[in-house]
Design a protein around this ligand. Structure first.
Ligand SMILES: [Zn+2]
Length: 135
């Protein structure tokens, strides 16, 4: 069976380790949106060993911290859904009160039709810094 996250990075690859990778999502409504993708095909967190679960959450939280430091969002949304692509991945989404869907989830009904631009210039450097000890 073909799986798009087994076949492709899934976005702009910014960090990779033996177990998982971090990609930047190209979504003009959500600058700074990152995904943490488990490299091997697995569907659920409980498919991983306890050590792998902890490692993946350490990476997710390092990405969350980098996104907070770079963008100072009003809220972070962490989500693991996988209904469309059942390959384990976490969304790390900086949310702002004036973003397109706030306070709805980004996959919900839009609340407004403009998304102010954000300065993401420092994000890649902060991701590298925060993830350095997890490689
Ligand atoms: Zn897969």
């Amino acid at each position: 069976m073909s799986c798009e996250l087994c076949d492709r990075a899934g976005g702009e690859l910014v960090w990779n380790s033996a177990r998982c990778r971090v990609i930047r999502v190209a979504d003009t409504d959500y600058p700074g949106f990152c995904r943490v993708v488990w490299n091997a095909h697995a569907a659920e967190m409980t498919d991983l060993t306890p050590d792998d679960r902890r490692y993946l959450m350490d990476v997710v939280l390092a990405v969350e911290q980098a996104v907070r430091d770079a963008l100072s969002p009003d809220k972070i949304n962490l989500a693991s859904l996988g209904n469309v692509v059942p390959h384990l991945h976490w969304h790390v989404i900086p949310r702002f009160r004036d973003d397109r869907h706030f306070p709805n989830p980004i996959w919900g009904e839009p609340r407004r039709y403009v998304s102010p631009s954000r300065d993401t210039a420092g994000l890649d450097a902060l991701l590298a810094e925060r993830l350095a000890t997890l490689a």
